[in-house]
Ligand binder design. Structure first.
Ligand code: GLA
Length: 362
C-alpha cells in the first residue's frame, strides 16, 4: 500500500435530463477539465487532518468521533465520506486530506461531489479498498445525503467518476448503468455562470424531490421512470404536481432522443432538445431564474450555438451551451456584452470539452 497519493476528481455538467436522477431516469452529462485535487498521506494516529487551500482552514477529527462540524461546514464532505466508508465496513486508518481546487464554488458544477470523490479515491488507494467505482460514487452520494443533508441524486458523483474525453456520459439510474456517447471534436461546452450563486442547501431542491415522489405516488407507480408524458397529461393531478411530473417524464424522452441525435450526427436536433429542456425548467419545474433565462435567450440568437439550458439543480448557477468551437471567442464576447447590458451583471465563462473522470495523479 502506498503511503501517499494525489487524486483528482472533476466537476460535472449536466447536458440533458434535469432532476431525473433521483426519479430513476436518464441523464446525459460530462466531466469537465476543472476539479478538486486531494493530496493525502497515511497517518499513524487514527485521525483525519483536513485542510483546504481554498479557504486556508483546517480541521482535525478522530476517526471514532466523526460528526458533522457546525463551524467548518466545508469539512463535512470529506468527513462524511470517510464515515460512510467506515460504516460500510471498509478498513481504513488515519489520513491527512489536503484539498485544492480550480472549480468555482456555487457555480452548479458540483464542487462538493468532486471533493467527495477525490477523498474516496484517495482512501481507496491508501488503504487498498476493494471498492468498485459505481459503489464509490454511491457511497459519496450517501455521505452527501446523510452527512450534509442535501437529498441529491447520484448524478454528480457518477459523472465525476465516469467522465471520458470527448464523450458524454449516459446514465440510467434505474439499472444503475453507465455508457458513453461520442461528441464530435469540433464542438465545445460553454458554461456561463449567471453570477447568482446556486445553493442546494436551500429548501427548493428537497421540495422538488418531494413533489416528484408525490407525483409518482398519485400515479400509483414506484417512480416517474414508469410513466410517459401522455399518461401524466391524462391523469387527474394537482396542477403543480402535474407540471413537475411532465418535466421529468419529458426530460427522460429528451435524453433518449438526444442520444439518437448524437449517434446520427444531428447536432441541430440535439440543440433543440437542450432549448426545450430549459423551457420545461422555466415553466414546468420552475427551477430557473431570470438571469439563467436571459443567458439562454442570448445563446438562442447567437450564431454558432446549437443549444443551451440551465445545468444541474437550478435556482441559480450556470447554463451550458453546445457550441461550434471555432466560434467560441466571438460567442463568449457577444453573450457577455449583451448580458451585462441587459441585467447589469457579469457572467463568468468556462469553455470546456468532455474530460476524463476521477483519477490518481501520483
Ligand atoms: C443537483 C443534484 C443532482 C441532480 C441535479 C439535477 O446537481 O446534486 O443529483 O439532481 O441537481 O439534475
Amino acid at each position: 500500500m502506498p503511503d501517499t497519493v494525489t487524486t483528482f476528481a472533476p466537476g460535472r455538467v449536466e447536458i440533458l435530463g434535469n432532476h431525473t436522477d433521483y426519479n430513476l431516469g436518464f441523464v446525459l452529462s460530462a466531466a469537465i477539465h476543472l476539479g478538486v485535487t486531494v493530496r493525502s498521506n497515511r497517518l499513524s494516529k487514527n485521525i483525519l487532518e483536513i485542510s483546504s487551500q481554498t479557504n486556508q482552514r483546517s480541521v482535525t477529527i478522530r476517526l471514532d468521533e466523526l460528526q458533522p462540524c457546525v463551524d467548518e461546514a466545508w469539512a463535512n464532505y470529506p468527513i462524511g465520506v470517510i464515515k460512510v466508508l467506515l460504516e460500510a465496513g471498509f478498513q481504513l486508518g488515519g489520513m491527512d486530506i489536503r484539498i485544492s481546487s480550480d472549480l468555482p464554488l456555487g457555480a452548479g458544477l458540483s464542487s462538493s461531489a468532486a471533493l467527495e470523490v477525490a477523498t474516496a479515491l484517495a482512501a481507496k488507494v491508501l488503504f487498498n479498498l476493494d471498492i468498485e467505482m459505481m459503489q464509490l460514487a454511491q457511497l459519496c452520494q450517501k455521505a452527501e445525503n446523510e452527512f450534509v443533508g442535501v437529498q441529491s441524486g447520484l448524478l454528480d458523483q457518477a459523472s465525476s467518476v465516469f467522465g471520458r474525453v470527448h464523450r458524454l456520459i449516459l446514465l440510467d439510474f434505474l439499472a444503475i448503468k453507465v455508457e458513453t456517447v461520442s461528441l464530435p471534436t469540433n464542438v465545445s461546452l460553454l458554461l456561463l455562470n449567471s453570477g447568482v450563486p446556486h445553493e442546494l442547501t436551500g429548501g427548493e431542491y428537497n421540495e422538488r424531490r418531494k413533489q416528484c415522489l408525490l407525483a409518482a405516488k398519485s400515479l400509483g407507480v414506484a417512480s416517474l421512470r414508469d410513466v410517459t408524458p401522455a399518461l401524466v397529461k391524462s391523469a387527474d393531478l394537482d396542477d403543480v404536481i402535474r407540471r413537475r411530473a411532465l418535466h421529468i417524464t419529458e426530460e427522460n424522452e429528451r435524453v433518449v432522443q438526444g442520444v439518437d441525435a448524437l449517434r446520427s450526427g444531428n447536432l441541430a436536433l440535439f440543440g433543440a432538445l437542450m432549448f426545450a429542456s430549459h423551457e420545461s425548467s422555466r415553466t414546468n419545474f420552475e427551477n430557473s431564474t431570470a438571469h439563467l433565462d436571459t443567458l439562454v435567450e442570448l445563446a438562442k440568437r447567437t450564431p454558432g450555438v446549437f443549444g443551451s439550458r440551465l445545468t444541474g439543480g437550478g435556482f441559480g448557477g450556470s447554463t451550458v451551451s453546445l457550441i461550434d468551437s471555432a466560434q467560441a471567442d466571438e460567442i463568449i464576447r457577444t453573450i457577455s456584452r449583451e448580458y451585462r447590458s441587459i441585467v447589469g451583471a457579469t457572467c463568468y465563462p468556462i469553455l470546456t470539452t468532455p474530460s476524463e473522470g476521477a483519477r490518481v495523479l501520483a
